[in-house]
Structure formats: C-alpha cells, structure tokens
Design a protein around this ligand. Structure first.
Ligand SMILES: Cc1ncc(COP(=O)(O)O)c(C=O)c1O
Length: 453
C-alpha cells in the first residue's frame, strides 16, 4: 500500500482496477462453461467470516479469495440458462458505468453537486417518456429497485389523493408483487380490497367496479388501483384502459407496476400486449430487469411529474443553497438525498447498443416464451398451465411428478427455473428475459424437465 493514509498509488489503483476488470471479463466469457446455480456449501459462513484485520493486506489477493469463496455459489442471474424468478442480465457497459459513477463519486441528489448527472437522468427519463408514449407532463426518478419505486409511486398517490383519510381503499389482486403490499403497509394504507382476477390473471374491471361501488356505499373512499403490466407469477397484464375508466368514475389513482414487463413495451408485440401505460398516474419500470442494467435502477414515472416534487421536496437549513444553480434536484423526487448516478448505466447501455439491439433482445425473450409454451405443449410428459404471457410460462408434469424433481433435473442440466403457485397448484415456471438466453438453453431446460417425468 501507499505509505499511510487511505489512498493507493496510481500503479496500485491500476493493478487493482485491471484485476477487477479481468475478473469480470473472465467471468462473463466463461459463463457458459459453468452452471447457472450452485448451491451454497453448508460451511459457507465459517469459510467467509473473520474478525476485521488490524493490518491491511493486498486487495488483488483479496479479489482472488472473494472470487473463489464469496462469489462462487448462488444464482448466476446473467447466465444463458437462467429462466428462474426474473432473470437480470446486465451488459458490460452498464457495469462499467456503475464503476465510473462510484469512482467519480457522483452525488446525483442535487443539481449543484451533480449537474451533468441531473441532465443525463432527465434525458434518459425523457427518452422513455417518448418511447412509451407517456404524457408530455410525465416525469420521473430512478429509485433503487422496483420495490422502492412502488413505494415512491404509492407515496405520491397517498399524498396527492388525501380525500377520505383513513377511509381510503387500495385495490389490488392476488397477483400483485409482494413489494406492493409492503409499500402500502409502510405508508399506513392498510385498507386493501383484493379484486377478483379473470382466467388470464388480470384484474376484472367489472369486479373492480363492484368493489368500488360497495366500498363507497359503505362510507369508504376508493383511492388507488394498483395494476400490473406483467405480473411476476404469470406475466399477466391488466386491462389498463378499462381499469382507468372504472377508476375515473370514483376519482381514484392508478399505479401500474411494470417493474418486470414495462420495458417490453419497447417492442411492437410488447406494446400491443400492454396498451394504456400512458393512463397510469404513476408507473414503475425496472431498468435492471428488462433494460439490461446492473442492479439497481427502478424507475417511477408520475403522469404529472410535478407530483413527485410536491410529495418529496424538503429544504432543511443545510440544503437551502441547493437551488442556486437551477436545474432539477433528483432528491426532490424520491426518498433518497444522497443517491448514486444510476442514470449513467441506463444511458451508457442505450448509447452503446442502440434501441434496435435492445428491442431485438427483448423480442428474443418473447420468442423464447412462445417456444417454451410450444415445446411444453408438444411434450407428452408436460402440461402448460399458463402463458405464454410476455416472457412467462407455467407448467406441470403430466404424470404428477413434483415440481422440485423437475427443478432438480434442470439444475443438473446446468440451467435454472423456479416454482410458484397458480390457482392453488404448485407449478414450474419459466421466465425468459436474459439477453444471453437462446433456443439451445431453453430447449435443454424443457428437455430436462420432461426427463424428470
Ligand atoms: C412485478 C414486480 N414488481 C416489483 C418487483 C420488485 O422489484 P425489485 O426486485 O427491483 O425491488 C418485482 C421483482 O421481481 C416484480 O417482478
């Protein structure tokens, strides 16, 4: 190390930085040689845990140890064989953007501190406002993940629709992501009406209408409909135009969780499958899912962008100078003051590859889900339970073999799928989203699942 202090010499910085880049490049270029999932060794914690050292040591050597001991087990979300949960597969420019943002230590909370970052975040949000056909007044913020973005959006809904106070009711379905329920609880919005879903797991507009009318008749106030543009379980998309009409009859807000599905609307098929995104009062999209950025970049848009600032702006004495240079302070649009330059990874990803390449990758995911459904239907050993809807299909064994056995066989084949519950039945679930996933990887998953039967 350099002689005392917390700085490294330029040579040491380069050596460590290059070693880290080499590690990532080697990891990415040999990804296919290894499995998608490695179960954690039973003694993982014992192998890792040590008291903090009084004396420092060579970080390049620590990096080697980290790779073999800390980073080896678990799910490789970006592996071609990853079809579990919501696969998240960042591109290398996105990864470098995160390193750059950390290295330059950009404070993207205020215009004064990070003016360029503020402009880039506005630019990126503006791109997607246009591309998704959102209202010209729409604006947003890049929060940490989709869970936080849901919290931010619902906080706006709570504050901008105060009428009714504790009598306000939220409307969701059994298919809403768990982060929605948690956000409502954190916001103290405990009255939740679960609305029936149709056979494709979308919220039934007629059931919503009946639920709202019944609540209003009981002296409650229909407050916010929480709809989905791609549910986690089945990829279901709610009928946003119809829900909007019902919500409008009661003056209710619509928050749309498009954390998984939203960016698929960049493709023609995705757009056709999700009409009405522009009707959301608040809309969530995860750039670390369907825009191939590294964790995390959960975007929330408000149809009237100024609603975000009305909800979140605070000016304590020590921040009074924040507005001196004009410009947008993104701390005013969410719950973080100090925040990293997350827009950089979105910007560098889009600028490096261009929208055409990104759309092509999203289209491949939609194709893979179609193929998965076809292969499952063609297999005498498997039965399709749901889908394809966006990139998601659910299936079961025709012979009643447990989902766990099929999952184990898929893991043995080097790939990974997850399980969920559909209409009370445990099902195996495939979600195609990783940009490295291809037909060969998908076929091997279906073949392995069938072989377990
Ligand atoms: C539909 C949906 N909403 C919200 C979330 C939460 O997003 P995050 O994991 O980025 O917090 C997820 C995560 O998979 C999701 O699928």
């Amino acid at each position: 190390m350099a002689d005392g202090g917390l700085d490294l010499t330029p040579e040491q910085m380069r050596e460590l930085g290059y070693a880290a880049v080499d590690a990532v490049v080697e990891h990415l270029t040999t990804l296919r040689d290894g499995p998608t999932f490695t179960a954690p060794p039973p003694d993982l914690a014992e192998r890792i845990l040590e008291p903090p050292p009084e004396q420092g040591s060579d970080p390049v050597q620590l990096l080697g140890w980290l790779r073999s001991e800390v980073l080896a087990a678990g799910v490789r979300n970006h592996h071609p064989g990853m079809f579990a949960f919501i696969p998240v597969a960042p591109t290398f420019p996105g990864v470098v953007a995160d390193m750059l943002a950390a290295g330059m230590n950009v404070f993207a909370g205020s215009f004064q501190s990070g003016p360029g970052a503020s402009v880039i975040e506005l630019e990126v949000l503006g791109w997607f406002r246009e591309l998704l056909g959102l209202a010209p007044s729409a604006d947003g913020v890049i929060a940490s993940g989709g869970s936080t973005a849901n919290l931010v959006g619902l906080a706006v809904a709570r504050d901008r629709r105060p009428e009714g106070g504790a009598a306000r009711v939220a409307y969701t379905t059994s298919e809403a992501h768990s982060s929605v329920g948690r956000a409502l609880r954190l916001l103290g919005m405990d009255r939740v009406h679960e609305v029936e879903v149709d056979e494709r797991f979308g919220m039934r507009p007629d059931a919503l209408s009946a639920a709202m009318a019944a609540d209003a008749a009981a002296g409650l106030v229909p407050w916010c409909v929480i709809a989905a543009a791609g549910t986690t379980n089945t990829g279901a998309v709610d009928d946003l135009p119809a829900l909007r009409r019902v919500a409008d009859e009661h003056g209710a807000w619509i928050h749309v969780d498009g954390a998984y599905g939203g960016f698929l609307a960049l493709t023609d098929r995705g757009r056709a499958a999700m009409p009405g995104l522009e009707l959301a009062d608040t809309l969530v999209l995860d750039a670390h899912k369907s825009l191939y950025c590294p964790l995390l970049a959960g975007i929330v848009f408000a149809r009237d962008g100024a609603e975000l600032e009305r909800t979140f702006t605070v000016r304590p004495a020590y921040l009074k100078d924040m507005d001196r240079y004009g410009g947008v302070n993104f701390a005013d649009r969410g719950i973080e003051l100090s925040r990293p330059f997350r827009a950089l990874k979105v910007w560098l990803t889009v600028k490096t590859f261009g929208l055409r390449e990104i759309r092509a990758a999203l289209d491949r995911s939609l194709d893979l889900a179609l193929l998965a459904a076809r292969l499952i239907e063609e297999s005498p050993r498997l039965e399709l339970v749901t889908g394809p809807s966006l990139g998601v299909v659910n299936f079961r064994s025709a012979a009643g073999v447990a989902v766990e056995r099929m999952m184990a066989e898929v893991v043995s084949a080097g790939a990974y799928i997850s399980a969920t519950t559909v209409r009370g039945e445990r099902t195996a679930r495939i979600c195609a989203l990783g940009h490295r996933s291809d037909e060969a990887a998908l076929r091997s998953v279906v073949e392995a699942a069938a072989a377990a039967n």
